[in-house]
Write a protein that binds this ligand. Structure first.
Ligand code: SF4
Ligand code: SF4
Length: 131
């Protein structure tokens, strides 16, 4: 059982890994149902027939033909090298603008879990656990 620790919202992990991530169909479903075009426009979708588009133009009927999902892109489908939902507020902490519906890859990120720990990140929430 990995130790439970609190994220200090420093934002280092979102800055380092908040882009260039692969997505899953389970992320897309709630975004499509809720018509979250603000999120879907930043998602690159590739289909079995080789075509690609942003998530804005897909429906539930397309889900079975998707072979790859990438985060994040601009509204023209070009890859961007930052997360568009990263938000550093005046209190110095970083907040996720889509916290309640963020991708699984973000929900599951707990660097104090030994299995996925990356010491180069120097996550401040990990400092009280030995390497
Ligand atoms: S690097 Fe660690 S403390 Fe900072 S936001 Fe990521 S998980 Fe939280
Ligand atoms: S979607 Fe939210 S949690 Fe994920 S990288 Fe962007 S700001 Fe961080």
């Amino acid at each position: 059982m990995p130790p439970t620790q609190d994220c200090l919202q420093c934002g280092k992990c979102c800055e380092k890994w908040g882009w260039g991530q692969k997505g899953v169909i389970e992320d897309l479903i709630p975004w499509i149902l809720a018509k979250r075009q603000d999120i879907l426009e930043h998602v690159l979708i590739r289909f079995t027939n080789g075509k690609q588009c942003t998530g804005c133009t897909i429906s539930e009927d397309d889900l079975s033909n998707i072979v790859r999902i990438d985060y994040w892109t601009d509204s023209n489908g070009r890859t961007i090298t930052y997360c568009p939902f990263f938000w550093r507020r005046d209190d110095g902490k970083v907040y996720c603008k889509i916290h309640n519906t963020k991708p699984r890859v973000c929900i599951g990120f707990t660097p104090w879990n030994e299995g996925i720990r990356d010491y180069a990140l120097e996550c401040p929430a990990c400092r009280n656990s030995s390497p």
